[in-house]
Design a protein. Structure first.
Length: 513
């Protein structure tokens, strides 16, 4: 320091030669302030900054700067830099890209020097390869000093093929129509078109029978009034022929007219071949006719029971118009009208039109419906029972054979036996009348039942083939046939059919008057 002061004084003397070389007092300075490199009074001794250790050398403990070195003395020689180990390639592993950069780790070195008071730098351990066993949490391995080679990682184990993720099929979603569907409890059930149309057609066929009945009563009333006005007594035995002719004439007019109008002007075109069928049956048809006749004659027993019950209760049925005359001409007229003309007209109406009109809803439904309508058309209680049972037999045979002539033949034979039975007294005399009546009843009945038994036994396959071909035929509309319960409900819902039954009940009540 004295040498520096001397140099300063010499410089001042050279710059101002005229001035005195005596020392001038210096102005007061702040404590610790140095001018031109000189220390201030009471200033702390100057300690030169220590050299930074080279990169890669072991760091010293924080706060230790080594012993005090005087100015100008050589400092300690730093240790030579240790060579770095061979650079290890990073282990390949899939990393997730980070949205933001990572924060700077404490102790990060800028420009080759560590930060002050920085924690010792520990290099991050490499991630293990995929598929290798994981280490315990928090374990990063022993501390490796800077510059020493690190542990060699185990070789990557080859992982197996990637397993595809399990795929679960979504549950099936029931298909629904567009729009909002109401809950099942409040949903409106759609009507079955088969049942609706079956009830409608059954009402239509019942209306035809009601028109027949009303037309018959109207014509009879007009004829009776005309005869009474002319002074003719139709109840007299001499007028039997006139009564028979009137009956024969009224049958086609009253029975056939409504059904013929329905076929011609029923609102839609009718297929006559569908309603009136005449398929070839062969000699087997004779067996069917005899068997059907025997079954129809069996219906006389329940009809006789109903007649006896009504008589015991005080009812009296009016006498039949048949057999009033006692002449061969009257017998011939009645046989022509009742045994020939009436069966033709009634079979056309009840089997050809009514049964075939109901058949598209099921053959069983059509058989029962047409049989009930045929029975109610006869009004008298005993006649209703007989006509219903006999009509069921005839319509069943027509459905099986597909030939209307079979039912026409059965109907003709049955009516002929009825006319002959009314003329039993004229034909056999009063003494043999009962015998002839029994022969006319039980003889054809026994023959018919025998023919039915032989037909079922000997011609079973033929009968089965006819049944399968005709009775179980598909509806022309493609609808399935109504079942038993559905047919019963449709019959019960027919208001016009109930109306016919009500007319029969009224007629029965009139018998007690």
């Amino acid at each position: 320091m004295n040498q520096e002061n001397q140099e300063i004084q010499a410089a001042n003397a050279a710059q101002a030669p005229g001035q005195s070389m005596s020392p001038q007092p210096e102005p007061a300075a702040a404590p610790g302030t140095a001018y031109y490199g000189g220390p201030a009074a009471d200033a702390a001794p100057f300690i030169p900054a220590q050299a930074q250790p080279p990169a890669g050398s072991p760091e010293q403990a924080p706060g230790y700067c080594g012993p005090y070195q005087p100015q100008g003395a050589p400092g300690p020689v730093p240790p030579p830099a240790q060579p770095w180990g061979p650079a290890q390639p990073p282990y390949p592993y899939a990393s997730v890209p980070q949205a933001t950069p990572q924060a700077v780790a404490p102790g990060t070195v800028y420009y080759g020097g560590p930060a002050a008071n920085a924690a010792p730098f520990i290099p991050a351990q490499a991630q293990p390869p995929a598929g290798s066993p994981a280490q315990a949490p928090g374990y990063c391995g022993p501390y490796q000093p800077q510059g020493t080679p690190g542990p060699v990682p185990p070789p990557a184990q080859p992982s197996g093929p990637a397993q595809p993720p399990y795929s679960y099929a979504p549950p099936p979603v029931p298909s629904q129509a567009c729009g909002y569907a109401p809950p099942p409890s409040y949903a409106v059930k759609s009507k079955d078109p088969r049942k609706t149309n079956a009830v409608r057609d059954l009402n239509t066929m019942s209306v035809l029978v009601a028109v027949m009945t009303m037309l018959s009563l109207l014509i009879q009333s007009v004829v009776v009034y005309a005869c009474m006005s002319a002074g003719l007594d139709l109840s007299a035995p001499s007028q039997g022929l006139a009564l028979a002719v009137m009956t024969v004439a009224m049958s086609p007019l009253c029975t056939a007219s409504p059904c013929l109008g329905y076929m011609l002007f029923g609102g839609r075109r009718r297929d006559w071949n569908y309603h009136l069928r005449f398929q070839k049956v062969g000699p087997f048809s004779l067996v069917l006719v005899l068997g059907g006749l025997g079954l129809c004659l069996l219906a006389n027993f329940p009809a006789a029971g109903v007649d006896a019950l009504l008589e015991s209760l005080g009812a009296s049925e009016p006498a039949s118009g048949l057999g009033q005359g006692k002449s061969w001409s009257q017998l011939a007229v009645e046989l022509l009208g009742v045994a020939v003309l009436v069966p033709l007209v009634e079979e056309f109406a009840f089997r050809g039109v009514i049964f075939s009109g109901l058949r598209r809803f099921g053959t069983g439904f059509a058989v029962v419906g047409s049989a009930l309508i045929f029975g109610f058309a006869h009004l008298s209680p005993s006649s209703v029972v007989f006509a219903t049972l006999a009509g069921a037999v005839m319509v069943w045979l027509y459905a099986v054979t597909g030939n209307l002539w079979v039912s026409v033949a059965i109907h003709m034979l049955n009516n002929a036996l009825a006319v002959l039975g009314e003329y039993a007294g004229f034909l056999a005399g009063p003494d043999n009348m009962a015998l002839l009546e029994n022969i006319l009843l039980f003889g054809p009945m026994a023959l018919g039942l025998l023919a039915a038994l032989l037909g079922v036994t000997l011609w079973r396959k033929r009968l089965k083939s006819l049944f399968s071909r005709n009775f179980r035929e598909q509806s022309p509309l493609g609808w399935p046939s109504l079942k038993l319960g559905e047919s019963a409900r449709c019959l019960a819902r027919s208001l016009v059919l109930w109306g016919l039954l009500f007319i029969v009940i009224l007629y029965t009540l009139c018998l007690f008057l």
